[in-house]
Design a protein around this ligand. Structure first.
Ligand code: TRP
Length: 328
């Protein structure tokens, strides 16, 4: 079975956008591949080093949601990055052979620095982010890495570094490939892309009441100010959520109702809320079971971590040998 690996950075709670854009895909992949999924808590430090306790909270939230959304520890390996020191060792060794220019040229480096202007990101850890990500991936000799398009440059540099290691020392690492799947973009309640930084997200940890409240205030077609105004569903972020969560019939019904002013935004949102709740209720249910049983959760992640550590150490034995470090 080919190996798939992916991680999620611990820097906030998991929201509907992460569920649709990543986690649900991970759940599907566990049926067909040898999947390794982890929480990148060290990566969380790259931007959140001033408040490491928030990373701990985020880690717990992600872990519960991984399981609640259907990752099955009997089918995939779930672990925590910071518990596997071999990632750090490989990251250090790779740092010796990585030209600075390669890291400086990764487009996310400058983009993210711009986006998070209020933080001092002129650190080594922030520049080295894609290198740590490379270590995460190649230490498991992963073949496929399911990620969003925004991560493609990181995969590019991972391939280059794997190639450079193989060339300098020994053919150890396969070049990982991004596994890109098209997902509908999930809008947040203000119509922009759902993101924790925009304060527009619906979190899996939101209570049903909070989620409903957010959806009720969600932006619609801005031109449809009054009930009798006709609207354009394509311009309404609510309709985009319908496309993800509602049946084809319901989509047609609300689209038609919007165009003709046959239904109001309140009714349209009622249908959406019903359908989102239908999707989230089993997850909410599973979340409360897991929260009530923290021991079981700890056991799952400890078992996964042990298995991942064995795999990582197996690679590191070969890496140390290839670099002559076992003989010193
Ligand atoms: N950069 C990824 C994110 O933003 C997290 C991540 C860290 C990752 N290491 C990885 C993803 C390795 C895939 C493979 O969420």
């Amino acid at each position: 079975m080919d190996r798939v690996l992916s991680g999620m950075q611990a820097s906030g709670r998991l929201h509907l956008g992460n569920l649709i854009g990543a986690l649900q895909n991970w759940v599907k992949l566990q049926e067909k591949y040898d999947c390794f999924y982890f929480i990148a808590d060290w990566h969380g430090l790259s931007t959140g080093y001033e408040n490491p306790f928030a990373i701990k909270e985020s880690t717990n939230d992600l872990l519960i949601n991984f399981l609640a959304a259907g990752l099955d520890p009997d089918k995939c390996t779930i672990f925590l990055q910071s518990k596997i020191l071999q990632h750090a060792e490989l990251h250090l060794l790779l740092s010796m052979i990585t030209p600075l220019g390669w890291l400086e040229r990764v487009p996310t480096y400058k983009e993210k620095q711009q986006e998070l202007k209020d933080r001092d990101l002129s650190t080594y850890g922030f520049l080295g982010y894609p290198l740590l990500q490379t270590a995460d991936i190649i230490i498991y000799k992963a073949k496929y890495v399911p990620v969003g398009v925004d991560q493609v440059p990181h995969l590019e540099i991972s391939r280059e570094i794997a190639r450079r290691f193989n060339y300098l020392y020994k053919e150890v690492f396969p070049e990982p490939e991004a596994l890109l799947t098209e997902f509908p973009k999930v809008p947040g309640i203000d119509g922009r892309k759902m993101s924790k930084s925009y304060d527009n997200a619906i979190y899996l940890s939101d209570s049903p009441e909070a989620a409903e409240q957010k959806l009720r205030t969600m932006m619609t077609d801005p031109a449809r100010k009054r009930r009798m105004d006709k609207g354009a569903p394509e311009l309404s972020p609510v309709f985009h959520l319908h496309k993800i969560f509602s049946s084809k019939e319901e989509q047609d019904e609300v689209a038609e109702g919007c165009r003709t002013a046959g239904i109001g935004c309140v009714d349209c949102k009622k249908i959406l809320i019903k359908n989102i709740f239908k999707a989230l209720e089993p997850i909410w249910q599973k979340r409360s079971e897991l929260i009530a049983n923290p021991k079981a959760v700890t056991e799952i992640v400890e078992k996964g971590t042990e298995k991942a550590r064995k795999a990582a150490e197996g690679t590191m034995v070969i890496v140390r040998e290839a670099m002559g470090l076992d003989k010193i």
